[in-house]
Structure formats: structure tokens, C-alpha cells
Design a protein around this ligand. Structure first.
Ligand code: AVI
Length: 325
């Protein structure tokens, strides 16, 4: 690993701490329907809780995606080809990228893009150590907006955007389309996208995945209030809220909420936020797609759905989309 390989690139202006995003957060908390963006879940504690969620028996997503990848990686690698630069949007778990890198034919570079700087640099450092032939070029950026790719010392044959885990589901449809357009831009003409997408299924299976028996998802959800207290001088009583996740079948999405257990008041950055009993903050949507619905979305972003792999129960999918030349 050379020094340049380990160096973190700051690609665009972004808000690493909640204090920098105070205006947006306050706008969400003072709207008629209180909202917080799910991007605020992922401080260090939140990222660790999310890793724990991925191990839960009820949370089928990670396990099923892993199995689909294991089963079809040879075909995926053949489609992707050799000498690729893999650009991972939101480099959440290095396990997934290792699974891909281990099977690709001579990948040239790995570009993890994330807003969690600590997580990004420790993960990128470990990968650079374990894959000495690979250029590991982390980019510290908000991947929802176009960013500059780092300079490659050798030009890759193509760019592959890797976005596992069904994080695309956490974006509302219009935002998801815009994000796919950013990915199309970063992949460039002739490039490709490999995206994990959770599928519509029996609502009870989805419901269980977001209401686990061990309460890890609840802790993950409530962690955002702890973060607001720590970073925005907020005064949320963490025992005054409960986790709720309901599956909205009409919208095909999980809606995750923090429900106020009583009428109460919290200060957030010197602003008073009042809650009535049972009032909730929406903290996350997690959309589930049909194969057809996802293809329509991809086409609307100028992408060509080329191949999709599903598990035998139809729980999850991995989608391969290409960028026209
Ligand atoms: C990151 N994302 C795909 C997860 C999901 O399933 O929507 C976040 C999550 N929220 C609750 N559990 C997991």
C-alpha cells in the first residue's frame, strides 16, 4: 500500500456532524409530520448496531444477499469482466466487498464512498493491507450528490458501482431515481451497477425483520436521539420514546418510527420541540420492490436492466444494470 492508497479524498462539501445539519434537522422536527433522515443513524455506535442487525435471525436481507452472491458470483464476474474499478456507495460492511473482490478477475481499484470518516478509513486501511495489488482509494463524500472520482494510476477497463444491502430501499422513489442517476454518472458510459434490492413478500416476514426479538433494531432507532443529545445539545429522554416499525402494504415499505410515550418537550439546539402522547417521528422508510417495479425505476434513470438474480424463496435480489455507451 502506498501513502496515496491510504489517503482519504474529500470529494464534496458535506455535513459530518449533526451540528452542521442543524437547520435541516430542525425543519424535519418542526414539520407537521416530524421526520429525521435515516442518514443520521450512522455514527460509530449506529454503524455497530447496524452490523449487529445484519446478524439477527429475523433480518433475512444480509444473509440472503450473501447466499445469492455466493451462488452466482462466477456469472457476475464473467459479466463484469477484468480490470474493473469497483466504486462502493456507502461502504457499510467490508465483508460484502471482500466476497466480490475475491471472485472478480483482477480488479484494479476499490473506491469506498462514505460519510462515516472513522469507519471508512479503518475499513479502507484493512482492505489495502489484505489486497496489496489493489488501489484502495476511499472517498469521504455524500454519495447522493455527484463527486469526483480519485485519479487511478492505471485506467480501469470499466467502473462498477456496487451498492449492496438494499440501501436503495431507504430512498423514496424520486430520490432513488436521482441516486441511480448519480450512479450512472459515476459508472460512466459502458459502466455497470450491481445493486442489492429487497423484494416484496409476505408482510409478516418483513415485519419480523424490523421488529426483532432481541431489540437491536429498537436500539438502532433510538440511537439517533442519543446522537441528537450528544451532538446538538438536545434533551430527549430516551426512555420517553419507543421503536415502531410497520409495513405499509400499499406503499410496499416499512415505516420506522420513534413514538412518544407521553406528552413531553425536548430542546434541540435551543428550539423547543413538543410531542403529544403517541405522536411519532418518521425515522426511515425501507422500500421493497417487485422485479418489474425496480426495472421501471432503473430505466427511468437511464439504466438498462441486464440480469437479476433471486433466491429460491424470492426474498431478495441482486440486480445488474448497465450504462449505455
Ligand atoms: C441500511 N438499510 C438497507 C437497512 C434496511 O433494512 O432498510 C436499515 C435498517 N433499518 C432497520 N433495520 C435495518
Amino acid at each position: 500500500m502506498t501513502q496515496a492508497h491510504a489517503e482519504l479524498v474529500r470529494a464534496n462539501e458535506l455535513a459530518p456532524s449533526l451540528a452542521d445539519d442543524a437547520a435541516t434537522i430542525l425543519a424535519g422536527l418542526t414539520a407537521p409530520q416530524k421526520r429525521l433522515s435515516p442518514k443520521y443513524f450512522y455514527d460509530e455506535a449506529g454503524s455497530q448496531l447496524f452490523d449487529a442487525i445484519c446478524e439477527l435471525p429475523e433480518y433475512y436481507l444480509t444473509r440472503t444477499e450473501h447466499a445469492i452472491m455466493e451462488r452466482h458470483l462466477d456469472e457476475m464476474a464473467a459479466l463484469i469482466g477484468s480490470g474493473t474499478a469497483v466504486i462502493e456507495f456507502g461502504s457499510g460492511s467490508s465483508r460484502k466487498i471482500r466476497q466480490l473482490l475475491d471472485r472478480l478477475d483482477g480488479p484494479l481499484a476499490y473506491v469506498p464512498v462514505d460519510i462515516s470518516e472513522d469507519y471508512l478509513s479503518s475499513m479502507a486501511g484493512a482492505l489495502a493491507r489484505d489486497y496489496p495489488a489493489l488501489q484502495v482509494l476511499p472517498v469521504f463524500a455524500d454519495f447522493t450528490r455527484p463527486f469526483d472520482l480519485p485519479a487511478f494510476s492505471v485506467l480501469p477497463s470499466r467502473n462498477l458501482v456496487f451498492f449492496p444491502g438494499s440501501t436503495i430501499g431507504n430512498f423514496e422513489h424520486e430520490q432513488a431515481r436521482a441516486l441511480l442517476e448519480v450512479m450512472r454518472h459515476e459508472a460512466g458510459p459502458g459502466g455497470a451497477l450491481l445493486i442489492g434490492v429487497d423484494l416484496q413478500k409476505d408482510p409478516s416476514v418483513v415485519h419480523a425483520a424490523y421488529n426483532d426479538g432481541a431489540g437491536v433494531t429498537a436500539a438502532f432507532n433510538l440511537n439517533v436521539l442519543r446522537r441528537l443529545n450528544a451532538e446538538l445539545d438536545a434533551t430527549f429522554d430516551l426512555d420517553g420514546f419507543r421503536h415502531e416499525a410497520i409495513y405499509d402494504e400499499r406503499e410496499g415499505r416499512i415505516e420506522m418510527r420513534l413514538v412518544s410515550l407521553r406528552s413531553q418537550r425536548a430542546m434541540v439546539a435551543d428550539r423547543v420541540i413538543d410531542f403529544s402522547a403517541d405522536e411519532h417521528i418518521v425515522t426511515e422508510y425501507s422500500h421493497k420492490y417487485s422485479q418489474e417495479g425496480f426495472e421501471t425505476l432503473a430505466r427511468s434513470a437511464g439504466l438498462e436492466p441486464t440480469r437479476a438474480w433471486h433466491d429460491s424463496r424470492g426474498l431478495f435480489s441482486v440486480q445488474y444494470l448497465t450504462v449505455p455507451d
